[in-house]
Design a protein around this ligand. Structure first.
Ligand code: GLA
Length: 385
C-alpha cells in the first residue's frame, strides 16, 4: 500500500508543480524603472546612420542650453549604426564614429546629468546591417552594463515572421539585462503590440516607423490608443518618437505633442536640435503638457465621446483626481465645435482650464464646447467641483 500511496503523492506533487508553474507569470521586468514615461533624445531622425560622438556631444550642449534637460528630457539614445564587429572574445565593439569608446560617452553624459541609451537588435544584424545581439544577449547586456548604459532600445531586425522566436529573443535580452543587476530601461521596438511585451519591456512600439506627417502621427496615436489598458507605471505603449523634421505645421506639432501627452507616451525627440524653430521648442518645453504626460498615476487616455466622425473627445485620469481632456479635430480644412460633457466622466460641476491657452475658462456643469482648428486640439484640465 505505502509505495502506491507514495507514488500518488509524488505524482500529485509533480502535477501541482506543473500547474503552478504554468499559472505563474513569467518574470516581469519590474525593476522599479520607468515609473513615468521616459523622456529624451534619439539620434535616428537627426543623423540617420551617421551618429558620431561629436554630434552627440553637440546635441547634449543643445539639450542643456535650450532648457530641454531642465524640462525632463534626460536620456540620450544612440540609435542604429554605432556598432562594429565582435572582438576575439565575442564582445560587441563600437565603430570609428565612437572612437573614444562608449564608456567615455557614458561618463560624459552622466557628468552632465543624462542617461545613455544604446541600440541593438534581436537578430544577428541590425536594421542597417550592423552587429546585432542574437545568441549574445547575456554577454551584450553585461557589456552594456559595464559600459554604463542606462537604456537599451532593442529592434526587430532582420525581419522574420517567426513570432515565437521573436518573443524568446526579446525575453533573452530582458533576462540578460536583469542578470547584470544594473538598472537599465528596456525599450522594445517590435512595430506591433503583443501580449508578452508588458512583462518584457518598459516600453514597446505599437507600430512601424513614424513619418513626419500629420497622417502618420494621427495613425500612430490611434493605433497606440487601442492598447491603453496595458499602460501603467513601469510599462508604456510607444507610438514612436517625436519626429520634428519640418513636415508638419506648428499647429500639427502642438496637436501631436498633446496626443502623446494624453497617451502617457515616451517623449523622445528625434531631430537635430540646432534646426528646431522656436515655436517647436516652446511646445516641447511646455510644463503643463509634460505634467500630463508624466502624471504618476500612469493612465493612458481613452476616447470617451465624439461630436461626429473625426471630432473626438479623449480623457486621461490624473493622480490629483483631475482629468486631462483632449478635443481633437481630424478635419483637414474646417474648424469644428467639439463638446465635452461632464456626464461622460460622471461629473457634476467642474472647472475648466485651457492648457495651451493657460487660461481658466470657468466652472461648468453638463456640456463645455470649444471651437477646434483643423488638425487641432483643445487640451483641457478638468477639476471636479
Ligand atoms: C527600425 C526602427 C527605427 C530605427 C531604425 C534604425 O526601422 O523601427 O526606429 O531604430 O530601425 O535602423
Amino acid at each position: 500500500m505505502w509505495p502506491r500511496k507514495l507514488l500518488f503523492f509524488i505524482t500529485g506533487l509533480l502535477l501541482g508543480w506543473g500547474v503552478l508553474r504554468d499559472l505563474a507569470p513569467a518574470a516581469a521586468l519590474a525593476n522599479g524603472l520607468a515609473l513615468t514615461p521616459p523622456m529624451g533624445w534619439n539620434s535616428w531622425y537627426a543623423f540617420g546612420c551617421k551618429p558620431t560622438e561629436e554630434l552627440i556631444q553637440q546635441q547634449v550642449h543643445a539639450l542643456i542650453r535650450l532648457g530641454l534637460r531642465g524640462a525632463g528630457y534626460d536620456t540620450v539614445i544612440v540609435d542604429d549604426c554605432w556598432a562594429a564587429d565582435r572582438d576575439s572574445q565575442g564582445h560587441i565593439t563600437a565603430n570609428a564614429n565612437f572612437g573614444s569608446g562608449i564608456p567615455v560617452l557614458a561618463a560624459y553624459l552622466h557628468k552632465n546629468r543624462f542617461k545613455l541609451g544604446l541600440y541593438s537588435s534581436r537578430g544577428m544584424r541590425t536594421c542597417m546591417d550592423f552587429t546585432g545581439s542574437e545568441d549574445y544577449e547575456a554577454l551584450d547586456a553585461q557589456t552594456f552594463a559595464d559600459w554604463g548604459v542606462d537604456y537599451v532600445k532593442y529592434d526587430n531586425c532582420p525581419y522574420t515572421q517567426d513570432g515565437i522566436d521573436i518573443e524568446r529573443r526579446y525575453k533573452a535580452m530582458r533576462d540578460g539585462i536583469l542578470a547584470t543587476g544594473r538598472p537599465m530601461i528596456f525599450s522594445i521596438s517590435m512595430w506591433e503590440f503583443q501580449g508578452w511585451q508588458p512583462e518584457t519591456g518598459h516600453l514597446s512600439r505599437t507600430m512601424g516607423d513614424i513619418q513626419d506627417t500629420w497622417a502618420s502621427n494621427l495613425e500612430h496615436f490611434l493605433r497606440n490608443s487601442a492598447y491603453a489598458a496595458y499602460a501603467h507605471p513601469g510599462y508604456w505603449n510607444d507610438p514612436d518618437v517625436l519626429h520634428l523634421g519640418g513636415g508638419m505645421t506648428t499647429n500639427e506639432y502642438r496637436t501631436t505633442f498633446s496626443l502623446w501627452a494624453l497617451s502617457a507616451a515616451p517623449l523622445i525627440i528625434s531631430a537635430n536640435l540646432y534646426g528646431l524653430p522656436d515655436g517647436t521648442l516652446k511646445i516641447l518645453r511646455d510644463k503643463d503638457v509634460i505634467a500630463i504626460d508624466q502624471d504618476p498615476l500612469g493612465v493612458q487616455a481613452v476616447q470617451i465621446g465624439n461630436s461626429g466622425p473625426g471630432k473626438t473627445v479623449w480623457s486621461k485620469q490624473l493622480s490629483t483626481g483631475e482629468y486631462a481632456v483632449g478635443l481633437l479635430n481630424e478635419e483637414d480644412e474646417t474648424s469644428a465645435d467639439i463638446s465635452f460633457d461632464g456626464g461622460m466622466l460622471g461629473l457634476g460641476s467642474y472647472e475648466v482650464r485651457d492648457v495651451w491657452a493657460k487660461r481658466k475658462m470657468g466652472t461648468y456643469s453638463g456640456v463645455y464646447t470649444a471651437s477646434v482648428k483643423p488638425h487641432g486640439i483643445v487640451l483641457l484640465r478638468i477639476t471636479p467641483r
